[in-house]
Design a protein around this ligand. Sequence first.
Ligand SMILES: C[S@@+](CC[C@H](N)C(=O)[O-])C[C@H]1O[C@@H](n2cnc3c(N)ncnc32)[C@H](O)[C@@H]1O
Length: 238
Amino acid sequence: MSSSHSTRPRPAWLFPEYAPAGIDLGSKAAVAAYDRNQGTDPAADDALLDRLKVGEGSRLVDLACGTGSLVVQAARRGAQAHGVDVSEEMLAFARARAESFGVAPQWHRAGFLDYDHRTEPADVLTTKSALHQLPDFFKQQALLNAAGMLRPGGTFYLWDVVFSFEPVTADTQVQRWIDTAGRPEGEGFTRADFEAHVREEFSTYTWIMEGMLDRAGFDIVSRATPRLTHAAFHCLRR
Ligand SMILES: C[S@@+](CC[C@H](N)C(=O)[O-])C[C@H]1O[C@@H](n2cnc3c(N)ncnc32)[C@H](O)[C@@H]1O
């Protein structure tokens, strides 16, 4: 694993991205529980890779790759795949997953804000369920950094908890999400996990995200909001 973070001095005002808020991912057991709760599904990863036209020789970077299933599936189809994450424990799990499939993607311990992609620009850049770890000002910085690692015309796919309800309905909508999504302890993410997400992490609205994507140099070619609490953006770098 290379630590491909920028060697530029870190300004004192930079967000502390190596100590993310939210569920504890700081041990092997916590990471294995996360992987179960997240419902990691190689078939879903393959469907996404098909949509994004990732194949033999494609250059893919997955930012905040977590337990690495998307990166491993990309490597299995012959892509030059890179997984980037701030968590040593997540990367250890991801590396073991790759070894079990006999593939060797490149893993980088780095963050949205300081990952320095030191090789050819990517064709496809993805990030799922993670950008909400940064407050909006830093999301914008992260998106600018992301655009810089992608070739012009390259694809950027973003999936996250992003709200598309009207702000005046936020109380009801957030409560409804927590009430319906929370599972009993041991069976998935709990109500407490979702409550902590809203309280301590930085999910934002779709209209704010769309403005940030545009300002980072992305054209949104399609968007999906399958739930009022989640959104996918499929973009091209200008
Ligand atoms: C909820 S998990 C999502 C993992 C994976 N993308 C998935 O879809 O399963 C969030 C991941 O973001 C990582 N993370 C948090 N803040 C980060 C940052 N600033 N830069 C890179 N990774 C970060 C965490 O270590 C964790 O692996």
